[in-house]
Design a binder for this molecule. Structure first.
Ligand code: WT7
Length: 678
């Protein structure tokens, strides 16, 4: 919950806050945008209306090339394990690469923008992408012996070799599990072990904030840690940031580590036929944080997922093949999978891959890239927008670029920040879509249709075509439509982009997303299985949903989900720490930042160095994005009489607010003691 309006007073309930929430003014889409839009009229809402469910989704599937057409649109006989386009066969790599050759072989598929500005931007055509995907697929198949259904873990930075690797896997039906490159070796190990990947594919180094980072180091940490957990990685394939040259200090491990560049020489111009796969086979895993410590692998399908991201890329992102599309997210997150790689390439667009930090070397960088490549669709997060606004609010005006369309995604955006995005970045020309969705959902759930709906700052909008959201109260009763009352947002119906399950844990899948509101566990009717997203939301009278934030123990830092439990368990790895509690605290740039409260084991003293040790542990265990805003070393935690740590009280103190009535605590005096530390 990053909007300053939301947390003003801890005492009022979410519902009351929603009522106090000021309505924002509407903005009309630019007529020039409407004229060229893929979706100009609202017939779609009928075609994909509830009356035409599930057949309306065939429109998305028809945007793909199928080896064999599906026999059944939706098999809902075993809820909530829904299957889409059953009987259909296709290949995702074919749909993103091969089928574009006929018309676009000489057109750029990927623009690569290296972080150092003196390194030229490179452009890879669809023909070149086709060659490279085939060659690397041959490596995976013939050198590694990988086949459909096997898993590999990728720990790759933002370089074109990442989509090449993903598409080569997809060509064979090998399930890729890309771990965000900013994650630590340890975090990578957990995901390797869970996915049981015998192969790790990584890169020697990459640029971040002006430094060439030794990334191969993390592969060693990952493999050693996996071994400790009883799992051996057979081989580590290492791409080189500068092909032919090793740019890391960490030595290669004999027998385990190999340079991709060396093996590729034997596969020059190799061709690998795309394997024809079932629509409900698995394309990839994407791990995300949940309420318990262990990250869960969202398992995405080939047919339903590809159909959904292609359809939404076309209608919500308004991607045409002629567009230069830049999504500044990282491919290591779902946004990058769906809306840098699979969706845009399936539509034959030119997709930009940016290696670096948006504000490096200065806040004009993104706008120089936009000018140089003539980018016309831009997609980023509120965190990036806030950062660019803070350090360079006048920068966009200095550059000659023009966006027709912009996206904000990942967290609620403050209306003021939205207006800066609209007026200054979009130059009053671009439409904005605020897309609400999740790793698990594959693609967008709520958004305005860019040429059809008015925009409203701070609101995601109605459900996108085919998606029927509703707000339920704690007892599962729907709140009156448009009541502006807060409750839990659910999606009433299945949709093709939703994950198949949690990798290896069907039970957790059901528990996490369906148990909350399913009252008839034996029901075979999908209507009894609303999807529980875990977000609080309100619906305004115009049918626009405004997302309030997570209702579980998940902290959304800069649009990335971190589980409080994960952070707490990392803090507890510091020897001196006895207890740890993590709370989200509003932050002007990141939306929220975690604050870590630790109490020490007896005999240890609170020092600066110890606080630093906790910070370092979070960074090394999880990654730099987990770095806390502050580490508080406290004499004791405020606790209930049953011994539960009162995170709510800590959260109020950290945010400089009144913790309210604390007299019922087991140790009320501690509250004042902690407060003195702020
Ligand atoms: C959580 C999902 C969606 C891909 C990137 C993050 C929050 C997402 C919005 C939005 C308000 C949003 C929700 C959601 N969220 N988009 N437009 N407005 N909140 O994916 O890591 O799976 O996180 O991000 O809380 O549940 P994720």
């Amino acid at each position: 919950m990053s909007d300053e309006n939301i947390n003003e007073n801890e005492e009022v309930s979410e519902a009351q806050i929603a009522v106090h929430w000021k309505e924002e003014e509407y903005f009309d889409p630019n007529p020039k945008f409407i004229e060229q839009a893929n979706l100009k009229d609202d017939e779609i809402l009928k075609r994909m209306g509830e009356d035409n469910f599930p057949d309306g989704f065939e429109e998305y599937a028809e945007m793909l090339d199928w080896d064999k057409k599906w026999d059944q649109v939706l098999d809902a006989s075993n809820p909530p394990f829904f299957k889409w386009f059953v009987g259909g066969k296709l290949n995702a790599s074919y749909n993103c690469v091969d089928r574009n050759l006929a018309k676009y072989k000489n057109k750029t598929a990927l623009h690569f923008v290296p972080e150092p500005e003196d390194e030229p931007i490179t452009h890879m055509t669809y023909q070149e992408l086709y060659n490279k995907v085939n060659e690397f697929a041959a490596v995976l198949r013939d050198y590694c012996g990988l086949k459909a259904g096997d898993t590999v873990t990728l720990h790759m930075p933002m370089v074109p070799e990442l989509p090449i690797t993903m598409l080569a896997c997809a060509r064979l039906g090998v399930i890729h599990s890309q771990v965000f490159s900013g994650f630590s070796g340890k975090a990578c190990a957990d995901r390797i072990v869970d996915a049981k990947s015998k192969y790790l594919i990584t890169m020697d180094s990459y640029y971040r904030g002006g430094t060439l980072i030794d990334h191969k180091e993390k592969a060693d940490i990952a493999c050693n840690q996996a071994a400790k957990e009883g799992f051996e990685v057979d081989k580590v394939l290492i791409w080189q940031r500068y092909p032919g040259k090793y740019s890391a200090e960490t030595p290669m491990v004999e027998g385990r580590d190999v340079f991709v560049n060396d093996i590729l020489k034997d596969y020059k111009f190799a061709k690998v036929d795309p394997v024809s796969l079932d629509a409900n086979d698995t394309l990839f895993l994407m791990y995300t944080s949940g309420t318990t410590g262990k990250p869960k692998g969202a398992q995405h399908s080939i047919g339903g997922y590809m159909a959904y991201v292609t359809g939404t890329s076309k209608y919500i992102q308004d991607i045409h093949p002629e567009d230069v599309y830049w999504c500044m997210a990282d491919i290591g997150w779902i946004t990058g999978h769906s809306y840098i790689v699979y969706g845009p390439l399936a539509l034959g667009a030119s997709s930009v891959i940016f290696e670096g930090v948006p504000t490096h070397p200065d806040a004009g960088r993104p706008w120089r890239v936009a000018q140089e490549l003539n980018v016309n669709i831009f997609h980023t997060s509120p965190t990036a927008i806030r950062a660019l606004r803070r350090v360079g609010s006048d920068e966009p005006a200095k550059y000659d670029y023009h966006f027709k369309h912009m996206t904000t995604v990942g967290e609620p955006i403050e209306p003021n920040v939205w207006r800066w995005y609209y007026h200054t970045v979009g130059k009053d020309e671009a439409v904005i879509v605020d897309t609400w969705w999740q790793t698990e959902t594959g693609g967008f759930l709520c958004s305005t249709l860019p040429a059809i709906h008015k925009m409203k700052p701070g609101s995601a909008g109605p459900g996108v075509p085919g998606i029927y959201p509703e707000i339920l109260d704690d007892d599962g009763k729907p709140l009156p439509r448009g009541s502006n009352k807060a409750g839990n947002i659910v999606i009433k119906n299945p949709w093709p982009g939703r994950m198949l399950t949690i990798w290896g844990d069907d039970e957790r899948f059901v528990d996490q997303y369906y148990k909350r509101y399913n009252t008839k566990p034996d029901s075979k009717d999908w209507r009894d299985w609303p999807y529980f997203a875990g977000d609080g939301a309100v619906e305004a009278p115009d049918g626009y949903f405004r997302i309030l934030g997570r209702i579980d123990d998940v902290i959304n830092v800069a649009g990335h989900r971190l589980g409080t439990k994960e952070l707490e368990s990392a803090a507890l790895m510091v020897d001196e720490v006895g207890e740890a509690a993590v709370v989200p605290v509003p932050d002007p740039i990141k939306g929220v930042k975690p604050h870590v409260f630790v109490s020490l084991k007896p005999g240890f003293e609170a020092t600066e160095a110890l606080a630093q040790k906790v910070t370092d542990m979070l960074a090394s265990e999880i990654g730099p994005i987990a770095k806390p805003g502050k580490v508080w070393i406290v004499p004791d935690m405020p606790k209930t009489r049953s011994g539960k740590i009162m995170r709510r009280v800590l959260g109020a103190i950290a945010a400089g607010k009144d913790p309210g009535d604390v007299t019922t605590l087991a140790n009320p005096q501690i509250v004042e003691e902690i407060r003195k530390q702020s």
